[in-house]
Design a protein around this ligand. Structure first.
Ligand code: FMN
Length: 255
């Protein structure tokens, strides 16, 4: 049995959660990075004995569309998959259901699902510092229960997860990262952008139609040169304040 982490984590929160879970399920996982726009996802085929951990962030209560497209190119071949939805303490709405549907369509067998909270990658005041010690303990506990269930030959049913079909509409967020004056044209942002929205020959510009506001370019810029409008972020935070107020719990579902 091999363990794979299949992750889309532009700013690292989803990866932190996936790493905690994979460490608890079994040592030495192999990582497949869904943000890598140059990778040939169609060349990936799993086997029935494999266990995968597929972890995606919630964007507007949906999975990031590009991550879903890349997942669907892979061949699940009935490998068991633990789907992990990571969100910034507002809500995940239809993300868990959509992720599970996409994984089934790609030929995986969803056997467990986890919703976990990580620091909001646009409005960092929400879920700041999460996953924290309490989350780590809880997520490690989920992983341990999953590991024991797998060892006992269980986990064969599709879990019932929250969400509705048709999924809610998501039209993106109105702010796009822009470049400041200290760009050195190192092109790290262009190389690391999951959707190719930053041209390598013009890294100071952003293709607004392609950009999914994942915040990767801001996170990786060595000069701290890229940013989004503080005014728009503050306005968004004001709108979400009430919904994000209470600490949301991590959740585990299985069939
Ligand atoms: C474009 C965008 C939309 C988001 N929408 C939601 C949302 O609807 N609900 C929520 O709770 N968090 C939302 N978040 C927060 C992310 O789900 C959360 O910060 C996640 O940990 C980001 O993953 P990453 O750190 O792996 O990039 C959103 C973040 C971004 C960038």
């Amino acid at each position: 049995m091999k363990i794979y982490e299949i992750i889309f984590s532009p700013t690292g929160g989803t990866k932190k959660v996936a790493d905690i879970i994979s460490a608890g399920v079994g040592a030495d996982s192999i990582c497949i990075d869904l943000t890598d726009k140059d990778f040939d996802f169609a060349s990936v085929a799993f086997g029935e004995e494999d266990v995968c951990i597929a972890a995606l962030p919630s964007y507007g209560g949906r999975i990031p569309r590009i991550a879903g497209e890349r997942l669907k190119q892979m061949k699940g071949n009935r490998a068991r998959v633990i789907s992990v939805t990571v969100y910034g303490n507002r809500a995940y709405d239809d993300t868990m259901l959509e992720l599970q549907d996409v994984l089934s369509e790609a030929g995986f067998c969803p056997v467990a699902a986890i919703a976990a909270v990580a620091e909001h990658s646009i409005m960092h005041q929400f879920a700041a510092g999460r996953p924290d010690a309490e989350d780590r303990k809880e997520l490690a506990g989920f992983a341990d229960r999953i590991r024991r269930e797998i060892q006992a030959g269980g986990l064969r049913n599709v879990p019932a997860v929250p969400g509705n079909r048709p999924y809610r509409t998501y039209g993106g967020v109105p702010m796009k990262p822009r470049s400041g004056r200290s760009c050195t044209k190192c092109k790290v942002c262009a190389a690391k952008c999951p959707v190719g929205a930053i041209p390598a020959d013009m890294p100071m510009s952003t293709d607004h139609d392609r950009c999914i506001t994942c915040m990767r370019c801001i996170k990786v810029c060595p000069q701290k040169n890229r940013s989004v409008s503080k005014v728009l972020v503050a306005a968004g935070a004001q709108k979400l304040k009430k919904a994000c107020k209470d600490r949301k719990k991590n959740e585990l579902f299985w069939g």
